[in-house]
Design a protein around this ligand. Structure first.
Ligand code: PMT
Length: 224
């Protein structure tokens, strides 16, 4: 691993899963533990980067040497990422972001009432943070990395997502109730906008993180 190929670079990493509150007690969430994003933060620090880690609901201890910001919802994550991205060389969206949030927040706990049907849940779209950051780059040489969490047609969906989101690299991984979420290992294919596809075999999340930094590092104008 190159010792300090990220020295002098500011990298912004999102990790964890957003929670979209329904009432003071309940939320819509997902199974992300934050481990992949934290592995990215640790390896970036080790390679010399200044790291801003924006975490949502992970409960993980702060990685040494990183600045950590905490958010809860997708809207809060967007605000923190867009602000930090203004000053970033690299933005990596490893967080699992809710595409939808409840259209209304109940100030008091939603109660069940005798004889009444279960309430219907209406949802509204959340902002697409990755597409926004990739589309409005703070600098033309900023590198934007996304993830794709897929359950079926993994690679085909990943390739379509790369085009849709407009990022430079897209890390495609398969997820399920007991797959990738929360585990120490991952397996992925890193797709690049230039058509390069880099398979990363099953192994520690740090190993995937290091491959991502290798590919990012090779894309800095001064390093290529
Ligand atoms: O946290 P772990 O337990 O270690 O698990 C790791 C992981 C599976 C969460 C991680 O490897 C991963 O795949 N993260 C992305 C999860 C996700 O939201 O994937 P997606 O395919 O729904 O979204 C595609 C990309 O757009 C992602 O980079 C996501 O951060 C981003 N996005 C999605 C929706 C949205 N509204 N805004 C976004 O920016």
């Amino acid at each position: 691993v190159p010792e300090s190929d990220l020295a002098g670079r500011h990298v912004v990493i999102s990790a964890g899963g957003t929670r979209e509150p329904l009432d003071p007690v309940r939320f819509l969430g997902n199974r992300s533990s934050g481990k992949q994003g934290y592995a990215l933060a640790r390896t970036a620090v080790a390679r010399g980067a200044r790291v801003t880690l924006i975490e949502a609901n992970t409960g993980l201890p702060d990685p040494a040497g990183a600045d950590v910001l905490r958010v809860g919802t997708a809207v809060q994550l967007r605000e923190a990422v867009v602000k930090a991205a203004a000053d970033a060389d690299v933005v990596v969206m490893a967080a699992a972001v809710a595409d939808f949030r409840p259209s209304e927040y109940a100030i008091g706990k939603i109660k069940k009432k005798d004889g009444e049907e279960a309430p219907a849940l209406t949802l509204v779209r959340n902002p697409d943070i990755l597409a926004e950051v990739a589309g409005e780059r703070a600098r033309p040489d900023q590198i934007v990395v996304g993830f794709a969490a897929e359950t079926d047609d993994v690679l085909a969906n990943g390739r379509a997502k790369l085009r849709r989101k407009g990022c430079d690299l897209l890390v495609v991984n398969e997820v399920g109730e007991r797959k990738t979420f929360g585990s120490e290992e991952n397996e992925a294919v890193v797709l690049a906008a230039d058509g390069q596809e880099t398979p990363v075999p099953y192994g520690p999340k740090e190993a995937l993180a290091d491959t991502i930094w290798d590919l990012v590092s090779a894309r800095f104008p001064s390093n290529s």
